[in-house]
Design a protein around this ligand. Structure first.
Ligand code: PMP
Length: 352
């Protein structure tokens, strides 16, 4: 606490991201990054952009990227908004759409940034408990009064997917509220809710380059929704920082979206490694939720998760442990290369 802090700064409980050790010795399976490098075309595009005019401000509309995303998703450019990582897009969406007079709805076990944003904007949150198997109780979102809804699909950290058409009922029951579907991990086997945008003006689908395009370091995310929603996001953005994406990020992001072959190749690889790792963990006695993401959510009946986490760490493998009610027996393990997962499995086999 400092006398210089505003009441707002003093009241905040910031999000704590996973550890990013300087020490490269660690096998890093703790922050859901992609183990493969980004497309070589991304690096070329960023280098070319660095040799251009960094003296000048970037395009405040991020027009080239908006255009690429519009073509990729077969929507109009007026239905696309881009930002500095999906975290920033989420922050703008909370500000633009959520009614402070009513609670925002999200699951009790979900991406913990939602709670941080709700507090930042002074919104009440009504937490919907996942069922015993960590399934999303969708019908609860139909009946509870709310000023907005946010659901990640697949959910984090459970890795579990809701079939996209099951969101239709929520969208119909909440026609006066915005329903955000956070698709940070959708490319690892799920079907996107972008197809619902044509039918529902209240759905906002948020995606990112951080996971399936291996670009967590570039900070690019986007939202697809009705023109009405995109206008709302632009109002917030242009009242805060009109240049959210820099010239390097813009160039790299366009190249990433255009290199579909590379994206498909590494995504298939990550999914294969995930499915093989899940089989081997089950053989070791672990409970593993059905994952449609680039991570696994695992628990062992005989060993405390915190103990496994510590032992893995001592052996140079970082995973994520959440000291949180209901999931304190679980670990979240990001999918690395086959070689990294072999090391992880050998180490964990000795612990359990
Ligand atoms: N949503 C979910 C569910 C996430 O797990 C993450 C990554 N921590 C994000 C959004 C944010 O991703 P980024 O800001 O890197 O796009």
């Amino acid at each position: 606490m400092s006398k210089f802090w505003s009441p707002l700064a003093a009241s905040l409980v910031p999000y704590v991201p996973g550890e990013q050790p300087k020490d490269k010795q660690y096998i890093k399976l703790n922050t859901n990054e992609n183990p493969y490098p980004p497309s070589p075309k991304v690096i070329e595009a960023i280098q070319a952009a660095a040799n251009e005019d960094l003296r000048l401000y970037p395009d405040p509309t991020s027009g080239a990227l908006v255009q690429s995303l519009a073509s990729y998703f077969k929507v109009s450019p007026s239905q696309v908004f881009v930002g500095n990582g999906s975290d920033e897009v989420l922050a703008f969406a909370f500000a633009a759409f959520f009614d402070p007079a009513k609670p925002v709805l999200f699951a009790d076990i979900t991406y913990s940034f939602y709670k941080v944003y709700a507090e930042f904007y002074g919104l009440q949150a009504d937490l919907i408990p996942l069922d015993e198997q960590f399934r999303m109780p969708l019908e609860q979102f139909n009946t509870r009064e709310n000023g907005g809804i946010v659901i990640p699909n697949p959910n984090a950290p459970t890795a579990m997917l809701v079939p996209v058409d099951e969101f239709r009922s929520i969208l119909e029951h909440n026609r006066d509220q915005v329903v955000i579907i956070d698709e940070a991990y959708i490319d690892f086997g799920g079907e996107s809710a972008v197809k619902l945008v044509a039918d529902y003006p209240n759905v906002l689908v948020i995606q990112t380059l951080s996971k399936s395009r291996s670009l967590a370091g570039l900070r690019v995310g986007w939202a697809i929704g009705s023109e009405e929603l995109i206008d709302g996001l632009n109002r917030v953005k242009n009242s805060f920082n009109s240049y959210t994406l820099d010239r390097l990020a813009l160039a790299g992001a366009v190249a990433a979206i255009e290199d579909e072959d590379y994206f498909q190749e590494i995504t298939v690889k990550v999914n294969q490694t995930r499915d093989q790792t899940a089989v081997r963990l089950r053989e070791l006695g672990f409970v593993v939720t059905d994952s449609t993401a680039n991570f696994l959510f695992i628990s062992h009946p005989d060993q405390a998760a915190e103990h496994i986490f510590q032992k893995l760490r001592e052996q140079g493998v970082l995973v994520r442990y959440f000291k949180q009610p209901r999931i304190e027996h679980y670990l979240r393990v990001s999918i690395g290369t086959d070689e990294e997962m072999d090391v992880f499995l050998n180490v964990i086999a000795d612990i359990v």
